[in-house]
Design a protein around this ligand. Sequence first.
Ligand code: SF4
Length: 347
Amino acid sequence: MTKIAIVDSGVDTPEEILMAADIIPFRFFGDPSLNITKANEHVPPNHCIWARNLLERALNGLDADIKGLITTHGCDCTNREFDIWLECVDLDFMYFLNAPLKRDKAAIKFFVDDMKELIQQLETKFNVKITKEKITEAIKLTNKIRNLLKEISEYRSKMVLKGSEFHEIVKKVQQEDKKQTLAMLENKLEELKNKETFPEKMKRILLTGSVIDDSEFIKNLETLGLQVVMDDICIGTRYFWDSIEENGDPIKALSKYHLKKPIYSTKIPSLQRFDNLKHFTEKYEVDGVLNVAQKFCEPILYDHPHMSKAFKALEIPYLFVEIEYSRESFKQLATRFEAFAEMIGGK
Ligand code: SF4
């Protein structure tokens, strides 16, 4: 089956439109083992380290089944990289989807119009018909997937499912055929219902910040006794927390869903992200909050001063780290994570 790569720092791409065209939405991730050379010819030294990695992967050549790219308006780094892909990467189809920064009524209409343009261009390029009925069918499927993810996510807080395993599950959902992932999630949920809690005692943390697509980062935290019981990252709750209306116009429903779900730091008002985090800290009784920025991720760097003050006022332990996109750097951070693990409560 044809795949279209998605570069999308805010997870705002309406995957259902691609599914309605029998195309697999394939969220494009980095490769922490990659040596960066070619991308450095195109972007300045203070360009986000993760986005630079994606660019290197694209310049090295993509798998043959990836026939196109959709970049959805996110941060400045991914937005500007789209122009470089246009010039330097050989793909049949490339579309910049203009997901609005604002979340008002005008923004909903604006997003609907651009989704309609995307549909038209997909239909022409791939010789398919993307009907409203097919989009609604896809919405029903992704809603089931979101609900299952939400249910499975709770087993992190029950100390039955490791945060790293859950992270790997969400990544699969973002890259594989959705019908197959539905079956995988149903089986996983049944398995979890009969599982015991971990024998070891772990501290409960809430993970926030940039995109984190290497599950090894979370595994490293676990070796230090830190369990991610909740998150608000894009390979996490921001991908599945709400559902899409199944009645009415499906394109408008997609627009409303993406503009009402938990906000990301690239959107306006970005600091509203804190409200959701505060809610999660209370509901999931976390011992501390970990805010992780990929190196040079400006949206998260701008968030940090506000978050630091706000969590201090709530007397919730908060740690901010900026990371290199490499496994070696995760290990180098071990001392800071160990100190954080020792400092925070443990209920
Ligand atoms: S990590 Fe930050 S700067 Fe990098 S692509 Fe994501 S939002 Fe943009």
